[in-house]
Write a protein that binds this ligand. Structure first.
Ligand SMILES: [Fe+2]
Length: 304
């Protein structure tokens, strides 16, 4: 379950409702159930409270962190603190702008989502090794660095952290221009850049949620013209993908489909992703370059 800190929960509730989450007020916070995952939206109780301080420190509302199950909450918090994580609550620690709350086992409800598939944690390039080491030492996580990806003038450093019950993609910009550097600016430092929710049939979910007001990033038509055959789609698939803007990728184990939402609140950099896994274990690495090239081609076309 992810947690959002916001002075005004209303636009965040509207956003997550449009994706299919159902609100259940629980005192200070609103807990929104989505099936195998949930979202907690928490406004500050007082002007100087830790939630208010988080919002001030990051220049506005956003995703503060994730609740993760642990068999012994105190032991998990103590172990993370002993490894160098900052303790921010009885059962909560902070790693580079991301707060992790240890909690009991998650109880699934009815809803469209299978689980929280992953969160992306954005950090500065020179912090990356230190943050990966904290996850390993503090959480017993595994760490798999990925080769750098160059897209246009931007270099993306990344790796995959697997905790019990959560996957984190650790991402860092290699330059000062692209969208990741923009996230670090707007968020005034590192933090959770996006959260991905897994669905069984992404095309249907996008069609249904669009009617409910969900807004997704536009995918240029040239992306579909250039989709290589090895991705294993059918002509019917390509029609559905093009009609909904869903992206496709594949690795040696199978394929994935994904789409990104617009930011829930204008001017704030956090956003969400929907992902469908048909055996694929990746995060859509090929789509980063394919989308960049498709957008560049569209610009060239428009300039001619
Ligand atoms: Fe992602």
């Amino acid at each position: 379950m992810i947690e959002v800190y916001a002075y005004d929960p209303a636009p965040w509730q509207r956003f997550f409702r449009s994706l299919g989450f159902q609100a259940l007020p629980t005192g200070q916070s609103t807990r929104m159930h989505g099936g195998g995952t949930a979202v907690m939206i928490t406004p500050p109780l007082t002007a100087g409270s830790p939630v208010a301080q988080w919002i001030e420190r990051h220049g506005g509302p956003g995703c503060a962190g994730v609740w993760i199950p642990a068999p012994d909450l105190l032991a998990a918090t103590d172990a993370a603190e002993a490894a160098g994580c900052e303790r921010v609550g009885a059962h909560a620690v902070s790693i580079a702008g991301a707060e992790y709350n240890f909690t009991g086992p998650f109880t699934a409800n009815k809803g469209p989502f299978q689980c929280l598939d992953h969160v992306a944690h954005a950090v500065a390039a020179d912090e990356m090794d230190g943050v990966a080491a904290l996850y390993q030492k503090g959480f017993g996580a595994s760490w798999e660095p990925m080769p750098d990806l160059t897209v246009g003038t931007e270099v993306l450093h990344s790796g995959v952290i697997r905790l019990a019950g959560l996957t984190v993609t650790l991402v860092a910009p290699g330059g000062y221009a692209g969208h990741l550097a923009g996230f670090l600016d707007a968020n005034r430092g590192p933090g959770i850049q996006h959260a991905a929710f897994r669905v069984p049939d992404i095309v249907s979910t996008v069609l249904e949620t669009s009617v409910a007001g969900a807004q997704y990033l536009h995918t240029p038509g040239s992306y579909y013209d250039a989709l290589p055959g090895w991705l294993g789609y059918t002509p019917d698939d390509i029609y559905d993908l093009r009609a909904t803007g869903v992206l496709q990728d594949r690795d040696e184990l199978g394929s994935i489909r994904q789409i990104f939402t617009m930011a829930p609140v204008g001017g704030r950099p956090f956003f969400t992703e929907l992902i469908q896994r048909d055996g694929g274990t990746g995060f859509g690495r090929n789509n980063i370059r394919a989308l960049y090239e498709a957008k560049a081609q569209d610009h060239e076309g428009a300039a001619k």
